[in-house]
Design a protein around this ligand. Structure first.
Ligand code: IDP
Ligand code: MG
Length: 160
C-alpha cells in the first residue's frame, strides 16, 4: 500500500467561488484570490464576467421566494464578477470556512467576509454549499474548455 496514494483516495471536490460586484468594485480581487491560492487549493477556472439576469436567477433559484431575491439579482448583475473554479480534498467546506458566515458582522475575523465586509447584501464573495452544488454551479458558469486540468508544481509539497 503506497502512502502517497492515500490523498488521491480521498474525495477530490470542486467548488464555485465568485467575487461579487462589490468585491470587484472595491479592488479586492487579488486579496480574495490569494486566500484560496495560499491555502493550497488548485485553481481550474478563472474569468471576469458580466452576469446576465437569467443566469443570476438560475444560480440563486433556491432563494427565488425570498423577499430579498429581486435586490440580490440586481446586486449580482450590477457589475462584473470574477468566476472561479477551485479543486481539492475538502475544498467545498474549507472554502466556506475561509469565506465566513453569510452575515459579515457575524463572520469571524480572519475570514474573507469577517475581514472585508459589513452587510449581508454586500458580502463580497460566493462559495458553493455542497460538492453537488459545486459541480452544478461550475457547469452553470463555465464552458467545458474554460475549466483546465493541470498539475501544480507544488502538488507533492502540499499533499503527502
Ligand atoms: P451564502 O452566500 O453564505 O451561501 P445564502 O443563504 O445562500 O448565503 O444566500 C445567498 C446570498 O443571498 C448571500 O450571500 C447574500 O448575498 C444574499 N442574502 C442572503 N440573505 C439575505 C438577506 O437577508 N438580505 C439580503 N441579502 C441576502
Ligand atoms: Mg448559498
Amino acid at each position: 500500500f503506497l502512502p502517497h496514494l492515500v490523498a488521491s483516495l480521498e474525495q477530490v471536490d470542486v467548488t464555485y467561488i465568485m467575487i461579487k460586484p462589490d468585491g470587484v468594485q472595491r479592488g479586492l480581487v487579488g486579496e480574495i484570490i490569494s486566500r484560496f491560492e495560499k491555502k493550497g487549493f488548485k485553481l481550474t477556472g478563472l474569468k471576469l464576467f458580466q452576469c446576465p439576469k437569467e443566469l443570476a436567477e438560475e444560480h440563486y433559484k433556491d432563494l427565488s421566494s425570498k423577499s430579498f431575491f429581486p435586490s440580490l439579482i440586481e446586486y449580482i448583475t450590477s457589475g462584473p464578477v470574477v468566476c472561479m473554479a477551485w479543486e481539492g480534498v475538502g475544498v467545498v467546506a474549507s472554502a466556506r470556512k475561509l469565506i465566513g458566515a453569510t452575515n459579515p458582522l457575524q463572520a469571524e475575523p480572519g475570514t474573507i467576509r469577517g475581514d472585508l465586509a459589513v452587510q449581508t447584501g454586500r458580502n463580497v464573495v460566493h462559495g458553493s454549499d455542497s460538492p453537488e452544488n459545486g459541480k452544478r454551479e461550475i457547469g452553470l458558469w463555465f464552458n467545458e474548455v474554460e475549466v483546465i486540468e493541470w498539475t501544480p508544481a507544488q502538488a507533492p509539497w502540499l499533499m503527502e
